[in-house]
Design a protein around this ligand. Sequence first.
Ligand code: GLC
Length: 491
Amino acid sequence: MPDYCESSRYALLRHAYARTAASIRRLLPGLLSLLLLTGVSTAQTNTLEQDRAETMRWFQKARFGMFIHWSIASVEGLEGSWPIMMPGAMPKLGNVTDDEYRAFAQRFNPDRFEPANWIRLAEEAGQRYMVFTTKHHDGFSFFDTRYSRYKVTETPYGKDVLAQLSAACQKAGMPLGFYYSPPDLDHPGYRDTSRPAKDNYLGEPHRPEWPLYIAYMELQLEELLTRYGPVPVLWFDGFKETPYSPARIEPLVRSLQPQTLINNRLGVPADFDISENVFPRRIPTKTRHIVQGTPSRIVRADISDAVPPFEEFRPWEMCIPMNETWTYNPKDHNFKSSDELIRILVEVASRGGNFLLNVGPKPDGTIQSEVEERLRDIGRWLRLHGDAIYETTYGPVQGLEAVRSTAKGDRIYLHVFNWPDDGKLAISRLPANVQRARLLAGGEPVEFARKGGDYVFALTSRPPGVTVPVIEVVLGSPWTPAPSAGKLKGE
Ligand code: GLC
């Protein structure tokens, strides 16, 4: 098999073309019959959509996941892909030549990689799914792809990381989603690889070689979706500027794994939106997708108090790194505190979103102690307050600085960010049929009185050592948002 470092790019392209054509010939009968089946049978289509709706129900209940960015650049403690996309632009990311970067693969040997340890840590954190970088923008595959030699099985480690992780996840019942980057700095169909990646990392779709790259993507996705068990989430990470033929890719994914959810970074809206590092300023709806707020680590108060009906809600997920870089970087000590991460989890859940918190494993396959510590702290909070996060939706109380709310059936959860000094917490916009209230951790009853449209909760002393105390409010009937009449309140 040719190596992309060889100068004979033409030979490689011919080879890739032959492989593509052979695979298409091999796949064609299956794909055709699938198309025919879906074409003639509405019942079949409905079942496929039901499968996906079921995954969506699971996804929204799960609420909290572990993002894993692993990279060969971890051997130097550098950010994955960015040191050659924007060398030197940000000192933390690194500055190496394309060849130096590629050579990291020859040093990648995670001899302490034990997938069961990652899964155990996620479980301790209360995370209910994982999303792993099968291929980042650099083009290096963490699985044993047949279509490239720039892959984990060609490193000194020699083993298929994804195969081990997916087998361990299946054994532990931990759903594993795949991050897959449509940008691919290593593929000569994606860009002219004789030039430095910094010149053309956005890809060169105008070149005649581009269709070969799209075919390569299809073949890799076919591998990912047929060799590693069920994939609940396919997490694309494309640049807005570049077209990756979503009209071909999306149906391919749907045909291979109809239940898989797809995020919105392939170039089509697909199933759910991503917000990276920032909080959306209001609960996203189908007609008004995420409007990104100002990038901020600070939990924001200036948000809309609009509460859309459930049918109008657009599912979304917030991803952030635990420090400031995505892959392992021993120089990046700017970690968010456990308290801050818990508040982010609450903030996201209170607007109906999932929180995908990133971890960058070390080159030996272990996880930094700073990361483990924070994950365990979040897990401790969740063990007491999980009822207020898992399986919830956004709640009726929005746009307040001191309180966030989530809801589930006849329960409203008030997450108290600022404990009132005078012990009186006045909340409007709660339904008028509150029956009782208690502190979720410990169960101590909370007294309340109705004054005008407000409920005033009488809080005693702040529970010690609890980052965000939660009041569970029990209503006389399940809560659902009011139907929207045009403009929502707070918009
Ligand atoms: C940012 C980073 C990229 C990372 C992604 C995850 O775009 O630049 O490396 O994979 O976030 O959302």
